[in-house]
Design a protein around this ligand. Structure first.
Ligand code: ADP
Ligand code: MG
Length: 687
C-alpha cells in the first residue's frame, strides 16, 4: 500500500490529502442521498414520461419537494439538451432565488457555477455561451430574450417556476409562450406552482395536465394573538424569545418581515436583548435574508445550526416558497408584505406594507412542518385571519405601472394589447395610462406607434424613464456632454438601499464628509462614485467613508453595462463629440437636472403654502414631504436656505406620510417647459 512506498516526511501531507478526498467523496455521496430523498425523486420517471407526452405540463407540489433543484436536472439527464445544442431555462421571480438555487444545483451536479450550470439576473450574467446547458434566471431576463430571439430557439425546455407568485414578468411570459408554442412543437413548457392557482394555469393553456407531487408535511399548530398588536415588530421579537427560552432544541425559527430595514431593526434588538441576558439563555445565530443581501452572506441561512444553539432566520416573503431552509420548526408571522401599488389615475406608484393573503400566511405556516410537527405564531388575531385577509394575493399586473411591459410588447410587434392572452387582464385605465406615459416620454408617437427612441429605450436594461434620461443626456442640445455623469447617477439609483453603511446617527454627517456640500441626492451619488473612482475603486476608501464596498462594486458593474449599451447605440460617440465643444470647467449640473426632467416629468412637486404638492394633471396633486434622509432636507435645515420651489423626486414612499425619496431641486420653472413641452403646456403646471 501507499504507506510502504512513501518516504516518511511525505506521509503527513498525503494523509491530509486523503482525508480531504474522502471528505469530498462523502459530501458528494450525501448530496446524492439527499437528492434521492426528495419527494419528486419518487416521481422522476412518471414526470419525464408526462413531459415527453405533453408539450405543456403544470407541476404542483409542496415547497421543498425538489421542483426547482431537481426537475431541470432530470431534463438534462433525459437528454433534452442534445449534448449541449439546446439549453434548459428555469425562471424565478426573485434574483436571490435564481442565484442561490443555481449555486446549489451546480454543487449537486459537481460542476463549477457559471459553466454548465449558471444564472442570469439583471446586471449579472453568470453563464458561458457555449457551455451552459442549465440556466436559472429571473423571469424578467427571459422576457428580455424575446427581443433578440422571439422564438426562444436556443431552448429545449422552459420551466416557469413559482408561477403562483404571478409577477408581471411571469404573466407576460406565459402570454408570449402561449403564442410561440404552436410553432415550436419541440419546445417543452413546465409551469411549476404552489397549490394555489394551478387550475387557472391549466385552463389558460387549453386544459394542460396537472401533475401533483404529493409532499410530506407534518401538522403545524397555529397560535394567534388575542388582541391586535400595535407594534408587530416588538411583538415578533418578544415571541422569538418566548420560543427560544421555552422550547427544546433543536428547532430553528423562521420570522417573516417585510424588508431590509425591518430585518435590520429586528436583528439589532434581538442582539441587544441576547447580549443583556448573557448566559441565561442558550446561544442563537441570526441569519437575515432579503433581496439586496450580498450574495456571500446569503449562504448563512443554509449553514447547519451548531449543537446547542438555535438559528433564527429573519426573512422577507422570499422564504414563503422560493427558498427552502431545512430545520425550521417554528414560524413567527406578523402577516405583512411589502407590495407595489399603482394608481393609474394619479400615476403614483408606492411600496406599501399591506396584510398578506390567507393563501400566503398558510404557505408561511407550512414552512414549520417540513422536518417534523411544528408551530406557527401569528401576530394577528384569528378573527382577522377569517374576516380581514384576502383569500389570494393580487397579481402584480393588476397593481403596477405597465409602461415598461407595454413598450416591450409593442417592440415585439404585439399591437392588439386588449386581446393579448393574459391570465388576468389589466384595466383599461391602467393600459391607457401606460400608453400616455410612453407618449410623454416620446417612446410612442401620437398614433400610438413605437418610435426609434422607444426602441432604443427598450435596449437599456432599465425602466424606460431611465432610458429616456440617458438618451437625453447624450442628444438634447442643452444636456449634451453630461452622459458619463448621468449614467453614473442612474447606476447609483439602482442600489440606493445599500450604498451607505447603516449607522444612522453617523451616516448623515458622514455623507457630507465624503463629498462636501451638494444640492441634491443625485449629486451626492455622483460625487460619492467619482471620489471612489478617483481612489482607484479602493476598498479602504469605502471602509473609511462608511460606504459599502460590495454595493459600489455592483454599481460599477451596472454602470459598465449601461455604458456598453450607450456605446452600442452610438450615444457614447455623440457624447464624446459634444464634450470637445464644452468648456472644460463648465458646470454640468444644469445638464444633469434637465436630463432627469426629460425622463421623470411626472415626478415633480411644487411648494405651496401647505407644503409640497405633486403636479397632478387631472387629479390636482397630492401632498408630499421631503424624506428626512435626503440631502435636500438636511441642507434646508442646516443652512436655513429658502426651500426650492420645485423638487424632482425618484420615488414616493408612504410611511407616516407621503415622502419623496432621492430628491433634486429644479432651480428654474422654464426648464420643465423646455425639456417636456408637450407635457408642461401652461395650464397643468398651475396647480
Ligand atoms: P421546491 O422547489 O419544490 O420548493 P427545492 O428544489 O427548492 O424545492 O428544494 C429541495 C431541497 O433542496 C430542499 O429541501 C433543501 O433541502 C435543498 N436545498 C435547496 N437549496 C439549497 C441550498 N442553497 N443549500 C442547501 N440545500 C438546499
Ligand atoms: Mg422551488
Amino acid at each position: 500500500s501507499n504507506e510502504d512506498v512513501l518516504p516518511e516526511e511525505h506521509s503527513e501531507y498525503d494523509n491530509k490529502l486523503l482525508t480531504e478526498l474522502e471528505r469530498e467523496n462523502k459530501r458528494l455521496l450525501t448530496i446524492q442521498e439527499t437528492r434521492k430523498s426528495l419527494p419528486v425523486y419518487h416521481f422522476r420517471q412518471e414526470l419525464l414520461t408526462s413531459i415527453k407526452e405533453n408539450q405543456i405540463l403544470i407541476v404542483v407540489g409542496e415547497t421543498g419537494s425538489g421542483k426547482t433543484t431537481q426537475l431541470p436536472q432530470y431534463l438534462v439527464e433525459d437528454g433534452y439538451t442534445q449534448r449541449g445544442r439546446y439549453q434548459i431555462a428555469c425562471t424565478q421571480p426573485r434574483r436571490v432565488a435564481a442565484t442561490s438555487v443555481a449555486a446549489r444545483v451546480a454543487d449537486e451536479m459537481n460542476v463549477v457555477l457559471g459553466k454548465q450550470v449558471g444564472y442570469s439576473i439583471r446586471f449579472e450574467d453568470k453563464t458561458t455561451p457555449d457551455t451552459t446547458i442549465l440556466k436559472y434566471m429571473t423571469d424578467g431576463m427571459l422576457l428580455r430574450e424575446f427581443m433578440t430571439d422571439p422564438e426562444l430557439s436556443k431552448y429545449a425546455c422552459i420551466m416557469i417556476d413559482e408561477a403562483h407568485e404571478r409577477t408581471l414578468a411571469t404573466d407576460v411570459l406565459l402570454g408570449l409562450l402561449k403564442d410561440i408554442l404552436p410553432h415550436r412543437k419541440d419546445l417543452k413548457l413546465i409551469i411549476s406552482s404552489a397549490t394555489m392557482n394551478a387550475t387557472k394555469f391549466s385552463s389558460f393553456f387549453y386544459d394542460a395536465p396537472i401533475f401533483n407531487v404529493p409532499g410530506r408535511r407534518f401538522p403545524v399548530d397555529i397560535h394567534y394573538t388575542l388582541q391586535p398588536e400595535a407594534n408587530y415588530l416588538n411583538a415578533a421579537v418578544t415571541t422569538i424569545f418566548q420560543i427560544h427560552t421555552t422550547q427544546a432544541l433543536p428547532g430553528d425559527i423562521l420570522v417573516f418581515l417585510t424588508g431590509q430595514e425591518e430585518i435590520e431593526a429586528a436583528q439589532q434588538s434581538l442582539e441587544d436583548i441576547a447580549h443583556a441576558l448573557g448566559d441565561k439563555i442558550k446561544d442563537m445565530v441570526i441569519a437575515p435574508i432579503y433581496a439586496n443581501l450580498p450574495q456571500e452572506q446569503q449562504s448563512k441561512i443554509f449553514q447547519k445550526t451548531p449543537q446547542d444553539c438555535r438559528k433564527i432566520v429573519l426573512a422577507t416573503n422570499i422564504a414563503e416558497t422560493s427558498l427552502t431552509i431545512d430545520g425550521i420548526k417554528y414560524v413567527v408571522d406578523p402577516g405583512f408584505v411589502k407590495e407595489n401599488s399603482y394608481v393609474p389615475s394619479t400615476g403614483m406608484s408606492q411600496l406599501l406594507t399591506v396584510p398578506c393573503s390567507r393563501a400566503s400566511v398558510d404557505q408561511r405556516a407550512g414552512r414549520a412542518g417540513r422536518v417534523g410537527p411544528g408551530k406557527c405564531f401569528r401576530i394577528f388575531t384569528k378573527w382577522s385571519y377569517f374576516h380581514e385577509l384576502e383569500p389570494l394575493p393580487k397579481p402584480e399586473i393588476l397593481r403596477t405601472n405597465l409602461s415598461q411591459v407595454v413598450l416591450l410588447l409593442l417592440s415585439l410587434g404585439v399591437t392588439d394589447l386588449i386581446n393579448f392572452p393574459l391570465l388576468d387582464k389589466p384595466s383599461i385605465p391602467a393600459l391607457s395610462k401606460a400608453l400616455e406615459n410612453l407618449y410623454i416620454l416620446g417612446a410612442l408617437n401620437s398614433k400610438g406607434v413605437i418610435t426609434r427612441l422607444g426602441r432604443m429605450m427598450c435596449e437599456f436594461p432599465c425602466e424606460p424613464d431611465f432610458g429616456k434620461v440617458i438618451h437625453t443626456a447624450a442628444t438634447h442640445e442643452s444636456c449634451k456632454g453630461a452622459l458619463e455623469e448621468v449614467v453614473t447617477i442612474v447606476a447609483m439609483l439602482h442600489e440606493t438601499a445599500s450604498i451607505f453603511v447603516h449607522a444612522r446617527a453617523e451616516r448623515d454627517q458622514n455623507k457630507t464628509a465624503v463629498v462636501g456640500k451638494v444640492s441634491s441626492d443625485h449629486m451626492l451619488y455622483l460625487r460619492t462614485f467619482n471620489s471612489w473612482r478617483d481612489m482607484d475603486y479602493s476598498k479602504s476608501w469605502c471602509f473609511d467613508h462608511k460606504v459599502q464596498y460590495k454595493t459600489m462594486v455592483r454599481v460599477r458593474n451596472i454602470r459598465d453595462q449601461l455604458w456598453r449599451c450607450c456605446d452600442k447605440l452610438g450615444l457614447a460617440a455623440l457624447n464624446e463629440k459634444a464634450m470637445k465643444s464644452l468648456n472644460v470647467d463648465e458646470n454640468l449640473e444644469p445638464r444633469i437636472i434637465k436630463s432627469f426632467i426629460a425622463g421623470f416629468p411626472t415626478n415633480v412637486a411644487r411648494l405651496s403654502p401647505t407644503g409640497y404638492r405633486t403636479l397632478g394633471k387631472s387629479q390636482g396633486g397630492v401632498n408630499v414631504s421631503i424624506h428626512p434622509t435626503s440631502t435636500v432636507f438636511q441642507a434646508a435645515r442646516q443652512d436655513m436656505k429658502k426651500p426650492s420651489k420645485l423638487i424632482l423626486y425618484q420615488r414616493l414612499v408612504l410611511t407616516s406620510k407621503e415622502f419623496m425619496r432621492d430628491c433634486m431641486p429644479v432651480p428654474r420653472e422654464d426648464w420643465l417647459q423646455e425639456m417636456v413641452p408637450h407635457y408642461f403646456n401652461g395650464d397643468n403646471t398651475q396647480d
